[in-house]
Ligand binder design. Structure first.
Ligand code: FES
Length: 311
């Protein structure tokens, strides 16, 4: 994966809901794009320090275009405004990826829970589980019906989809969806932090797969200093309290691919060769955390005094 991405052009853009634009991207000269699977996202490289991740929400079988949907966030940091205001048909945009930290695992039964623009990674998952003949339901909440994207496309699934606009039905009623889950059910949830927190509280961790757009609340407590040995470059750097591994490694002149710097995008995932990471990201599953074979170096630290990383 190149750090500089590939230039694509906007083929079409259209409203997908109030405040949401769907963009279809393709190569300027046409031709096939890399393959992807449901749950994958791409990074839009919009300018220096302005990189944003968006889930692919089209059809993985369409190898010539990618579709994303972007919610305009009035209080955001400029990424969604750039997409809404400057990415008209014909505009060029650099794109990196796709990558997938939210893969769809095989199961006989699924419960999908989406909040707002969190519907985007779920949409291709529904098509895949439908084609696989699995049993599934979707509970999809939003502020208002008009703000909920892709409701027209969801209509074909009939009563397996429950739309729950908050102004009409209140907060999502998770009990009927999550209580007493039959064995083998997987729960996929994407949406705002409070929704993910509520689902995490109610759902057994082994059954739950989530994707967060924003980092979890940072844990309170003092950080300690530790050493990181960089196995490939043969250097050792010290990571003091208040500095990230990513910063310390880059300051030593070692290149690491990164994007969000807040533990949500997965770009900086790095193999751990020795030592026990103190995981502070919002990407890895409980199983991956326990295995300790990788860490997100933009936020995670060390349980102990030394890590050896494959850098
Ligand atoms: S840079 Fe995004 S998770 Fe580390």
């Amino acid at each position: 994966m190149t750090p500089y991405g590939t230039e694509l052009v906007v083929e079409r853009c259209e409203p997908a809901a109030a405040g949401v634009r769907a963009l279809v991207l393709r190569r300027p000269e046409g031709g096939a794009l890399p393959s992807w699977e449901p749950g994958a996202h791409i990074d839009l490289l919009l300018g220096p320090g302005l990189e944003r991740q968006y889930s692919l929400c089209g059809d993985p079988a369409d190898r010539h275009t990618w579709r994303i949907a972007v919610l305009r966030e009035p209080d955001g940091r400029g990424g969604s405004a750039y997409v809404h205001d400057r990415l008209a048909p014909g505009a060029a945009v650099r794109v990196r990826g796709p990558r997938n930290h939210f893969p769809l695992e095989a199961a006989p039964r699924y419960r999908f829970v989406a909040g707002g623009i969190g519907i985007t990674p779920i949409l291709p998952m529904l098509a895949a589980v439908e084609a696989a003949g699995a049993e599934w339901t979707l509970l999809y909440g939003g502020r208002t019906r008009a703000s909920m994207a892709f409701t027209g496309e969801l209509a074909r699934y009939g009563d397996r989809v429950t739309l729950a606009p908050q102004d009409a039905t209140g907060l999502l009623d998770l009990g009927p969806v999550l209580d007493g889950l039959p064995d083998g059910t997987l729960v996929y949830c994407c949406g705002p932090g409070p929704l993910l927190d509520a689902v995490e509280e109610r759902c057994p961790p082994r059954a739950l797969r989530t994707e967060r757009f924003r980092p979890k609340e940072p844990r309170a407590g003092a950080d300690a200093e530790f050493e990181v040995e960089l196995a490939r470059s043969g250097r050792t750097v010290t990571v003091p309290p208040g500095r990230s591994v990513l910063d310390a490694v880059r300051a030593a002149g070692v290149e690491v691919l990164y994007s969000c710097t807040e533990g949500t995008c997965g770009t900086c995932e790095t193999d751990v060769l020795e030592g026990v990471p103190d995981h502070r990201d919002s990407v890895l599953t409980p199983q991956e955390r326990e295995a300790g074979q990788t860490m997100l170096v933009c936020v995670s630290r060390c349980r102990g005094t030394r890590l050896v990383l494959d850098l």
